[in-house]
Design a protein around this ligand. Structure first.
Ligand SMILES: C[S@@+](CC[C@H](N)C(=O)[O-])C[C@H]1O[C@@H](n2cnc3c(N)ncnc32)[C@H](O)[C@@H]1O
Length: 243
């Protein structure tokens, strides 16, 4: 089976689930969108994460994975605004974080803020599908609310690259509910779709990968990669490791 044509709900997706997906890009993925709109989406993600304390909750979920390392080297991919790395440093002051994104404007904004002045942080532009770092350079890699941005072939590359440069890659992304529940969720989002944050949220929901899809992506990336699933509030956590 060709991974590039895999439905977001996996090869075993139902008829309805196969229709609940889109190739339409989010504002964040587009070059033809005013930069102000993209900054508004990134700001909203940061604001929402602070309101619901998502950044702290995710950092608290991730840090036990490096509990036995004195000064863990942590790579954040697709950081957007850097709030997760700030939460990591707050909870684990001895950590070193490499805060990265593919988008040069996000990288410049993060570098101009608190993380850019923190000696425990390195801010860099990194493409998560092609990480410019040697094998085992990090103890842990994090990728929050970004995995669904990538089509299957590239998403598989992130699993391969994240587990190459750090043995463990923790992905936090939108949980894909059953097709009927998903339909109701999408309908509730429709009235707000003119707002940039809701526009990208609706598309994100349609692009979220199911556990079945994650398993197929991992098997395609490298049979040595295992994936484990858990929940964190409305999101799913996927722990990818090389055996
Ligand atoms: C929805 S934002 C998530 C931002 C932040 N991680 C959060 O949790 O709010 C998705 C981010 O993924 C980044 N991104 C998309 N493709 C990427 C890639 N190939 N490598 C690294 N980052 C990528 C985008 O630039 C964007 O900042």
């Amino acid at each position: 089976m060709d991974i590039a044509t895999m439905p977001r709900a996996g090869f075993d997706a139902s008829w309805l689930d196969r229709r609940l997906q889109t190739d339409r890009p989010e504002y964040l993925d587009r070059d033809d969108v005013n930069e102000r709109v993209k900054r508004q989406v990134i700001w909203s993600l940061d604001w929402m994460g602070r309101l619901l304390r998502d950044h702290e909750h995710l950092a608290a979920r991730a840090l036990p994975l490096v509990a036995d390392i004195d000064a863990p080297r942590i790579l954040e991919l697709g950081a957007g605004h850097g709030a997760l790395s700030r939460a990591v440093l707050k909870l684990r002051p001895t950590a070193h974080v490499t805060v990265s994104d593919i988008d040069p404007v996000s990288v410049a904004d993060i570098a101009a803020g608190e993380l850019g002045r923190d000696p425990r942080a390195t801010v860099r532009r990194i493409d998560a599908t092609e990480i410019d770092a040697a094998d085992g350079s990090y103890d842990l890699a994090l990728f929050a609310l970004s995995f669904h941005h990538l089509p299957p072939a590239q998403a598989a590359r992130v699993l391969a690259e994240g587990t190459r440069v750090a043995g463990t890659l923790l992905i936090c992304d939108l949980y894909r509910p059953s097709a009927v529940v998903h339909l109701v969720r999408l309908a509730s989002m429709l009235p707000f779709v003119l707002l940039p944050f809701a526009h990208d949220g609706l598309i994100s929901s349609l692009r979220a990968y199911s556990p079945s899809a994650f398993r197929a992506l991992a098997a395609h990336a490298d049979p040595a990669i295992t994936v484990e699933f858990s929940r964190l509030g409305r999101n799913q956590i996927v722990l990818a490791r090389r055996t």
